[in-house]
Write a protein that binds this ligand. Structure first.
Ligand SMILES: [Zn+2]
Length: 216
């Protein structure tokens, strides 16, 4: 019912060209994707292997789509991004997907966790192994050194955590990666379970911070 009211108030339209019926139409999608694989520097993210990404954070349309998803609470965009991850990358090799959690206060504000919705579209088993125990300021509003400290100790393992993560290949899913500190904080917690490998997948990485990435 609520979704019906929202659809009536804000008709589904492409954030790129404005055409109706999709939040991101196939033509605009095709123009935005530059999928690839990067590595974060070992001093920032020592426990993360590959970083899969769909595009560049400063690409105007991609940024608008991400902003619309998060701040206008359009969960369908998260599904579109999750399906794109599934289309571009071989996710079959991952035993589990772990979405980066939101703090419950942020979850209440937004109504959904975009990383969890993306993960659900990836068609792999999901383990909500992490919880965010501190309410952190939105990363986008902070400077780089503030971002690095903003998420420190923000994550802990959930009680439902399964022992099956031992020896497993894990894909962490988040919306964007700027410094890599959020992903690393999550990976550091998961590492306690001695998984075989931890990779990460995001919609967009910030290529204006070239020191942060090594692109394959
Ligand atoms: Zn379009």
């Amino acid at each position: 019912m609520l979704q019906w009211v929202l659809d009536a108030l804000v008709p589904i339209h492409c954030v790129g060209c404005g055409c109706y019926n999709s939040w991101l139409c196939p033509d605009c999608l095709a123009a935005q994707w530059h999928p690839g694989c990067a590595h974060l520097p070992a001093d920032i993210a020592p426990t993360i292997g590959q970083l899969l990404f769909l595009g560049e954070y400063h690409a105007p349309l991609l940024q608008r789509a991400i902003t619309t998803m998060k701040y206008q609470s359009i969960s369908q965009l998260a599904t579109i991004f999750g399906l794109a991850l599934r289309r571009w990358f071989d996710l079959e090799s991952y035993d589990y997907i772990v979405p980066v959690p939101l703090h419950r206060r942020r979850l209440r504000e937004r109504g959904f966790n975009q990383s969890a919705v993306m993960a659900a579209a990836c068609n792999r088993p999901i383990i909500p192994a992490l919880q965010r125990t501190y309410y952190t300021k939105p990363q986008a509003s902070l400077r780089r050194h503030e971002r690095l400290t903003n998420v420190q100790t923000a994550f802990t393992q959930t009680l439902t955590m399964s022992r099956s993560l031992a020896g497993a290949t894990i894909l962490l899913v988040d919306d964007v990666c700027t410094t890599g500190s959020t992903l690393q904080q999550c990976a550091a917690v998961l590492q306690n379970n001695q998984p075989k490998r931890i990779d990460a997948a995001v919609i967009a990485i910030d290529l204006l911070q070239p020191n942060n990435y090594r692109i394959e």
